[in-house]
Design a protein around this ligand. Structure first.
Ligand SMILES: Cc1ncc(COP(=O)(O)O)c(C=O)c1O
Length: 434
């Protein structure tokens, strides 16, 4: 029986990334706990994708919930221009202490897309303060950086972006550096090609403002992974040319790839870094853009026109910052990386076997494991919808990216939870025959 509020949903709500004609009814969720969601019809489902890659320590984590409640009773919000508060200052200090060396300042915004917008705008204005007009960016083929116009421009031209393509600014997408098939240390042809193109643009194109990249793992582009050796080489090239490096860690931050930040796997720091998703443990929306001292200093001027004119009404919201501080305190007080390793162990045991059985390609990085057929159909693959529905009936929430099936579970996930998820996927084999 549908609850009364579920019928209000169908009547009044337009859901994101949803073709409303084909999926007019959203599933009602009454509550969440750990890695599970409890539906209004009584079902319990395993959230294998951390609800769009947000939930870190589990749904309704009591430590974060308590911090939010306490802060809400003290100060719910204050204008962040000219005012500050303890949760924002504490959060900024903690993030900078964890961030790659050289990142010195924290700029708050609302979500991953706005964190990216801020980074792109800082980059363009940085060059203007240097007396140069540079408005072209370099990015990776297959990249996804968000849904606002700047973030869409930086993203690969694909299904999501097609209707808006003519309105986007210039971004040169470099071929994705696919790692070699074997474990050789040498660069693959694809990695060489990426580095050659990057070198060429960095050396010869004086309009390039920055290089934006998802460190080590492309999320929405199909959970594709690239190697830290290549990232290091790319950053060397970029640094030598003076172009700014923007690491988009909206997905990869906070342990997802097995390191606190994916950028930690490379000993060259980016100039700008974007964070969101897991930053509040998945409780509240927050975007953060980290900038180097050099970038920050370029904006310091007695000329007020050189201010960085960007800000959102909710910038630096105290409740959101308190949630993020609480999430970081869990990293400080509990062995979160042990949980991350346990997830990785199950992936390493199960994913290669399943993928081989299905004759799929697969990849594993930290808490992420993905597989896809050798000849993928692409994002609009209809078979993946059937697979999703069947898994759901069996108590497993997945959301394939086209025909790329992946797990990226919350860190509250036990080995038993994840083995069960793999068992369900194995039972769905007929739907995996694309
Ligand atoms: C790497 C990356 N950057 C930016 C974004 C955009 O974040 P948001 O959806 O919070 O705007 C995403 C979202 O998936 C992402 O994966």
């Amino acid at each position: 029986m549908m609850k009364h509020w579920e019928s209000w949903d169908s009547e009044y709500i337009w859901h994101p990334y949803t073709q409303m004609l084909l999926s007019p009814h959203a599933l009602g969720v009454e509550r969440g706990e750990g890695s599970y969601l409890y539906l209004s019809d009584g079902r319990k489902i395993f959230d294998s994708i951390s609800s769009w890659w947000l939930t870190l320590h589990g749904h309704a984590n009591p430590i974060i919930a308590e911090a939010i409640a306490e802060q809400a009773k003290k100060l719910e919000h204050v204008i962040f221009a000219g005012f500050t508060h303890e949760p924002a200052a504490t959060l900024a200090k903690k993030i900078i202490e964890k961030a790659p060396t050289g990142l010195a300042k924290v700029f708050f915004s609302d979500d991953g897309s706005t964190a990216v917008e801020v980074a792109l705008k800082m980059c363009v204005q940085y060059w203007q303060h240097h007396g140069e007009i540079r408005t072209t960016f370099l990015a990776l083929d297959g990249a996804y950086h968000g849904d606002t116009f700047g973030a869409m421009s930086a993203s690969a031209r694909g299904t999501f972006i097609k209707p808006f393509e003519s309105m986007l600014f210039d971004v040169i997408h470099l071929p994705f550096p696919t790692p070699p098939q074997d474990n050789t240390k040498e660069f693959s042809k694809s990695e060489e090609l990426f580095l050659d193109k990057l070198r060429d643009h960095a050396k010869n194109d004086k309009h390039i403002a920055g290089f934006i990249y998802e460190p080590l793992m492309l999320g929405a582009g199909g959970m594709k992974i690239w190697r830290s050796e290549v990232m290091r080489e790319a950053l060397k090239i970029v640094k030598e040319s003076g172009i700014l490096a923007i690491a988009d860690e909206v997905l990869t931050g906070f342990g997802r790839t097995g390191s606190f930040f994916a950028s930690d796997e490379c000993n060259i720091s980016p100039d700008l870094m974007t964070l969101s998703k897991g930053i509040t443990g998945g409780f509240l929306p927050l975007g953060v853009t980290l900038a180097s001292q050099t970038i920050y200093d370029v904006f310091l001027s007695s000329d007020r026109a050189k201010t960085f004119f960007h800000g959102h009404s909710y910038t630096g919201n105290p409740i959101i910052c308190a949630a993020a501080v609480a999430s970081l305190s869990i990293f400080e007080n509990e062995d979160v990386f042990q949980r991350i390793s346990a997830i990785n162990e199950v992936h390493t045991e199960r994913m290669p076997l399943l993928a081989r059985k299905m004759e799929y390609n697969f990849r594993i990085k930290g808490t992420m494991a993905a597989m896809e057929p050798k000849n993928p159909e692409g994002y609009l693959s209809s078979k993946s919808l059937q697979l999703r529905a069947t898994c759901l009936e069996k108590g497993l929430l997945i959301r394939p990216l086209g025909d790329t099936i992946y797990f990226l579970p919350p860190y509250s996930t036990t080995k038993e939870d994840l083995h069960k998820a793999y068992d369900i996927l194995e039972e769905c084999q007929p739907f995996l025959r694309f």
